[in-house]
Design a protein around this ligand. Sequence first.
Ligand code: ADP
Ligand code: MN
Ligand code: MN
Ligand code: MN
Length: 370
Amino acid sequence: MTSDVVEKTALLQKYLDLDQRGAVIAEYIWIDSSGNLRSKGRTLPKKVESVQELPEWNFDGSSTGQAPGHDSDVYLKPVAFYPDPIRKGDNILVLSECWNSDGTPNKFNHRHEAAKLFEAHKSADIWFGLEQEYTLFDLHDNVYGWPKGGYPAPQGPYYCGVGAGKVFARDVIEAHYRACLYAGLKISGINAEVMPSQWEFQVGPCTGIEMGDQLWVGRYLLSRVAEEFGVKVSLHPKPLKGDWNGAGCHTNISTAAMRQPGGMKYIEEAIEKLSIRHKEHIKLYGSDNDQRLTGNHETASMSTFSSGVANRGASIRIPRSVSKEGYGYFEDRRPASNIDPYLVTGIICETICGAIDNADMFKEFERESS
Ligand code: ADP
Ligand code: MN
Ligand code: MN
Ligand code: MN
C-alpha cells in the first residue's frame, strides 16, 4: 500500500469505530431489471431479531429500469437478513423482493413464483448446491492481472493453482470467503478455475428457496468486497473468446428419496424428466449460454441432452461416488454463471416434483422477458 492509502484507511477507521448509539444500519439489497444487484442503506432504531420486524421500503424504479417515471415506486419486501460483514456490529444485509404498486411481482422477481413451488413440494425436501464461477476484471476492463496488451500462458497451471504467476487476486477471494462465513452463508468452498483470474465459490446444500437467497447474497458480497479492491466481477458465461474456459453455475440436486439407499432409481427418474424438458430448461439457464455450451471446454453441446457417470462433457453428471453407493445427488452442468438461481432451482423443482396450478416457472420467465 502506498503511504497515501495507509493514511486514508486510518482516517476512515476513526469514523467506522464510532458508536452507533444503539441504531443499526440495514442495507436493503434487490435484483434490478437486468439481473444486477442494487442496494441502499437505512437506519433502524434497534437490533433486528426477526424478518417480520423489518419494514417494507421502496425505491425509484424509473432509475433502475424497473418502473415507468409516472408510476415509479417499486416496493421492497424483506425476505431474509444476514449479519453485515462490511459494517459489522448489529448492522445487517436485508434481501428483498420487488413488488409493483398494483400488488403484482416486479419484472425479474422470480423468487415469488419459485417459493410457491417449493412450498407445495416441501415433503420432497429438495436440496441444491450451486457452483458459482466468475471472472475478474480491472477497472479498465482487462482481465485482472493479465499482461497489458497480451495474454498469459495457455490454460493448464491455473486450476486450483498455487504460486505466483498462477494465481490472480487471492486477496479478493480470501476476503469474500470470510465475508460469506461471517454473514452465515452456507458457503461450502472456493477454488481457482481453469482460466486465469476465473474463480468459483460453492454454496450449499441449501433447502428450496434458501438456495436462491444465499447465492444472491454471496454474489452481493463478492461485488461489494471486490469493489473495495478496485476489481470488477463478471458473470458472463464466455467472457473471453477463444481457447479460454467459459463460466457456469453447476447445479447439484437431491431430494430426500435420492439421498436414501436405493436413491439411484429416483435420480434416474429425475434425469429422464429433465431430458424431456431440455429446451425449456435451456431458455432459463442464462443468456449467452450458447457461447459456452459448445461441446468443448468441459461442456455438453446446447442442442442435445446427455447424462453420464463422472462425465464432465455431459449435460448431467452423476458423481462417481454416488454411482458407487447407489444414492446421493446429481449435477446439472448446463446453467450459465449469469443465471437467476430462482428460475433454475424453480424449474428443476417443477420438472422433478411436478407442476402446480398457480405457478409455472417457464411462463414466469416469458412474462419477464416480454
Ligand atoms: P465439482 O466436483 O462439480 O466441482 P463442487 O465440490 O464444486 O463439485 O460442488 C459440489 C456441490 O454439491 C457443493 O455446493 C455441495 O454443497 C453440493 N452438494 C453436496 N451434496 C449434495 C446433495 N446431497 N444435494 C445437493 N447438493 C449437494
Ligand atoms: Mn466445482
Ligand atoms: Mn468449476
Ligand atoms: Mn461441478
